[in-house]
Ligand binder design. Structure first.
Ligand code: ADP
Ligand code: MG
Length: 227
């Protein structure tokens, strides 16, 4: 699914101190269906802000975001919920798995609000845990596993409802180099094999260099970076 961002503005206002932080200033972005794209830039440049707006976790002050042929600003509350649970998958720097649930239970969590065939969900969870190399650990809780294993479970959870776009915010930010490489291998093959559009925010050159295109945020806008 393609992503089109037009003339996006976002300012954070501190109502107490009256301090304003104009983070996005007329930002444009086009991501073609099935592409894998990095948004890079130093800490505080607005990467998370952009991903949150595309993921409907926050609203822009101005501008348009289209996902496929749907305009996010036209979506009603129930469409937004469905978008977050089904159309988009999210991966964050910290895995945010529930500590009291096993890996398998964590992966199945997004299916709980859905009607449908439990066997189908279980089969898909099994395939994804195998793909991520953590099927053997399915009955373990996050606290019993490594950071890399937990992050791979978080990717499986993000994919369980077969999203068409995957938004990953510093997904390797808390991993060592080896686990970071493995995670990017897996995200790349998911992008290729499943045709899921991949948008990664990262300040790691080792991550951005493996994407099709790299955009840098400067002064609230994106500029295509040379390979
Ligand atoms: P990045 O992900 O590139 O590090 P962010 O998008 O998180 O950048 O933040 C961009 C800027 O906006 C930073 O200066 C940050 O302090 C500010 N900011 C982010 N979220 C908020 C918020 N909820 N309220 C106020 N300021 C914020
Ligand atoms: Mg960030």
């Amino acid at each position: 699914m393609q992503i089109q961002v037009k003339n996006l503005y976002k300012t954070y206002r501190n109502t107490l101190g009256g301090i304003e932080r104009e983070v996005l200033r007329g930002l444009n972005l086009q991501v073609g269906s099935g592409e894998k794209i990095a948004v890079t830039g130093p800490s505080g440049s607005g990467k998370t802000t952009l991903l949150n707006l595309i993921g409907t976790l926050d609203k822009p002050d101005k501008g348009e975001i289209h996902i496929g042929n749907l305009s996010l600003s036209d979506m009603k509350a129930d469409q937004i919920l469905s978008f977050r649970n089904r159309t988009a998958g999210f991966v964050f720097q910290l895995h945010h798995l529930l500590p009291q649930c096993t890996l398998l239970e964590n992966v199945l969590l997004p299916t709980l609000p859905l009607k449908g065939d439990k066997t189908g969900f279980n089969d898909r969870a099994k395939d994804l845990l195998k793909l991520m190399g953590i099927w053997e650990q399915r009955d373990n809780k996050p606290g019993e596993l490594s950071g890399g294993e937990c992050q791979r479970a978080a990717v499986a959870r993000a994919l369980i409802n077969q999203p068409r776009i995957l938004l990953a915010d510093e997904p390797t930010g808390s991993l060592d180099a080896k686990n970071a490489d493995l995670l990017i291998d897996l995200l790349s093959s998911i992008n290729k094999e499943m045709g899921i559009t991949l948008l990664i925010a990262t300040h790691a050159k080792s991550v951005s260099s493996r994407m099709d295109l790299v955009y840098g945020i400067t002064e609230g806008k994106l500029a295509l970076q040379k390979a």
